[in-house]
Design a protein around this ligand. Structure first.
Ligand code: ADP
Ligand code: MG
Length: 266
């Protein structure tokens, strides 16, 4: 790991709500969190520029490989006695597809993000997501519901990106409850922030995993990408927000998003 990507910056452990409530000096804690966020955003902006260049260099050859592989597979499929070669080509195609997905995932996390913000009624956004996710939740025996703030919070958001961030959290919650459970998305208002809590009654997170949770490529799942939470944190921090987690093994997990409310004077 290089100096620029210090373990501290790559995997800051967000304090639990209890820790925040009990914090001796909430103001200096807030300053520290804001500073860490700024450092991470700078780091990702630099990385994003490099990543953009690299992705551009990789994308064209990758699509040429894919196209030619497709043609090769068609030729082999017509050739008598070439089953083994055809199967090998299928394997290569799978790996090439996987490379393409890895590249896309990395770009979603580290690529350039241009926020297209507009005033958004957070409750409406959350309700839309709940409706969208409901069939999937029901199929997984997850009881999904919303609890919406009576204040009707409005934030300046890139709605598509915030939906992506929340969906990552909802998907993780569902995956943490393989035998079903309860998934609640709550909105609240606290001072000048809107809060969104995504809580589940799943397996919880081992305390030793908490410091690495938001690191890119950290996963405990077979076939997991480890990019969901890293991307979610990036999106929230690009909106000048914060994300925190509190969790109890075997009881469940709560992710809290804090997003600045729209300034009514603007
Ligand atoms: P992935 O889902 O591909 O593993 P994520 O970045 O979305 O990657 O999550 C990283 C890790 O954080 C997961 O592998 C899991 O160990 C843990 N995690 C995230 N959300 C939850 C949750 N709601 N309950 C339990 N563990 C979770
Ligand atoms: Mg995930």
């Amino acid at each position: 790991m290089t100096e620029a990507v210090s373990p501290k910056l790559a995997g800051v452990n967000p304090p639990s709500n209890d820790q925040i409530a009990a914090g001796a000096n909430p103001e200096s804690e807030k300053l520290r969190l804001d500073r860490e966020r700024t450092a991470r955003l700078h780091q990702l902006a630099t990385l994003g520029e490099l990543a953009g260049g690299l992705a551009h260099e990789l994308k064209n050859p990758l699509s040429t490989i894919k196209l030619n592989l497709q043609l090769l597979m068609e030729d082999l499929a017509r050739m008598p006695g070439a089953e083994t070669s055809h199967n090998r080509a299928v394997t290569v195609k799978k790996e090439v597809d996987r490379l393409g997905q890895t590249l896309e995932g990395f770009l979603r996390f580290a690529g350039r993000i241009e926020l297209r913000t507009a005033p958004v009624h957070l409750n409406v956004l959350v309700q839309d997501l709940i409706d969208f996710f409901m069939p999937q939740a029901q199929a997984a025996r997850v009881r999904l519901h919303a609890s919406l703030a009576p204040e009707d919070p409005i934030c300046n958001l890139d709605a598509n990106l915030i939906k992506q961030a929340l969906l990552n959290l909802m998907l993780n919650a569902q995956q943490a409850m393989p035998a079903g459970g309860e998934l609640i998305v709550r909105t609240h208002v606290s001072g000048s922030n809107a809060l969104v809590d995504v809580s589940d009654t799943g397996m919880g997170i081992a305390p030793e995993h908490l410091p690495r949770l938001f690191e890119a490529y950290f996963t405990t799942k077979k076939g997991g990408t480890g990019l969901g939470l890293a991307t979610t944190r990036r999106i929230i921090e690009e909106h000048s927000g914060h994300i925190r987690v509190s969790s109890e093994p075997r009881r469940g997990t709560n992710f809290r998003l804090e997003l600045p409310l729209r300034d009514k004077n603007i």
